[in-house]
Design a protein around this ligand. Sequence first.
Ligand SMILES: [Zn+2]
Length: 328
Amino acid sequence: MGDCPVEWNTRDRSQDLYRKFASQVQKIAPYNPDFLYSRFRAIGCLEIDGPNNNWDGFPYEDFEDDRPNFGYTSFIGKKAFVEHQSHTVENSIGELPGAYLNRFIIPDQFTGRRYATLDSWDTDERRSVLDLPDQRDGSIEVLMAIDSKTSPRVARIIESGQSLGCSMGTNIAYSICTICGNVAHFEHQYCPHIKYAKGQTHIVPASDMNELVWDRKLIRPEWLPHVLSSQQDVRSVMQKQASKNLRARAFEVNRELSFFELSVVAAPAFNRAYMLERVASIQGIELVDFSSLETPELIALGISAGLIDLATLPDERLEELGVLIGIL
Ligand SMILES: [Zn+2]
């Protein structure tokens, strides 16, 4: 025993951490052996992925929104469904015990500031974040715990390793039309572009787009590459040129998001919305290619479920977990 002091130190520290830890993580994800845990990429942001196949765009800053029941954390504690059959909770196939935002890396010159506070009209602050090499994709990942007793069919798909799509449900405060800037809080307030021609391209005078971007500030400059059909058109709006026509795509920019469900679906509206990996087995012994668990929430879940033995983790991971105790 005495000839291996380092290992013992690590183990003591592990157990100490674990005790602190267990009391915290049980609250977010109590382990249930009847559940299968899977990580899904639920939604991508407008800035990186553009609008989805339903021609809905979701700005990154609304993922960051940390008001209660807004932003990415609003997924947590909601239910999972199949094909958005969420009108009654009886259709639920499980729970959403965790969510994670692949946060944009903020360059050094903006340290301490959130993306939402960065300017994009007078300076290129947001553009410099988005253009950062190796920038993250700003997507939201959600942990889904599927009840294998009530949903054996979905559980079998997960166990078989087949690809499984997903699609989220969200409430929004309002949406903005990318062609005319109409703000709609309810469906009856939709402009004709959104009501009849969503996803179609329209010829728009550059002066009109300039007004939406620079005067009314309804469309942000960093969204333009997804609204306009060419780099040249984007440049002409950025330079406030007014004497030409542009080709612009009609879609809705959805603001102030409050997520209320995540469904497994056959045909996701967001092309990259798929299960990333299965996180836990029913017996909960093996899972755990630990290197694939990048998110603190998932590591916490693994530990609370008894799937990850803290004594097996390298020291630098333990340091991260020490930080995580603060987060939880
Ligand atoms: Zn419109």
